[in-house]
Design a protein around this ligand. Structure first.
Ligand code: SF4
Length: 115
């Protein structure tokens, strides 16, 4: 089973009611729904913090402390599909930076649950 990290938008997780890291990503990961395709083990759930510059070092520290190199990193659906969008850059740009630094694929989105 693949080991993954999930990165959520910390600004939304601080203020949102629409699942600030409570269940959607975790359910989709456990059941292999949405972008996961098959059940995976979530070994880290990381908050992006504005303006996003700490994502790569935070992911690196999570991997070090957890003693796990993830097979992939998933950006949460709330981070990728945010409306209005992140004022600091696109999820695609952030993903490219993280892919280069972490050396693992970054997948845009997690679940496809509505409501
Ligand atoms: S930088 Fe963008 S994605 Fe990251 S927490 Fe702030 S608003 Fe969310």
């Amino acid at each position: 089973m693949q080991k993954v990290f999930i990165v959520g938008c910390g600004a939304y997780m601080d203020a949102g009611y629409g699942c600030p890291g409570e269940w959607r990503c975790l359910k989709a990961a456990a059941l292999g729904e949405g972008k996961f395709g098959a059940p995976v083990q979530v070994m880290g759930f990381i908050r992006c913090e504005c303006p996003g510059r700490t994502i790569a070092p935070t992911v690196g520290m999570t991997a070090r402390l957890a003693e796990v190199k993830p097979d992939a990193i998933y950006f949460s659906t709330c981070l990728v599909d945010a409306r209005p969008g992140c004022p600091y850059g696109s999820a695609e740009d952030l993903a490219k930076i993280l892919e280069t630094k972490a050396g693992v694929p970054v997948i845009l989105g997690t679940h496809e649950y509505k409501g």
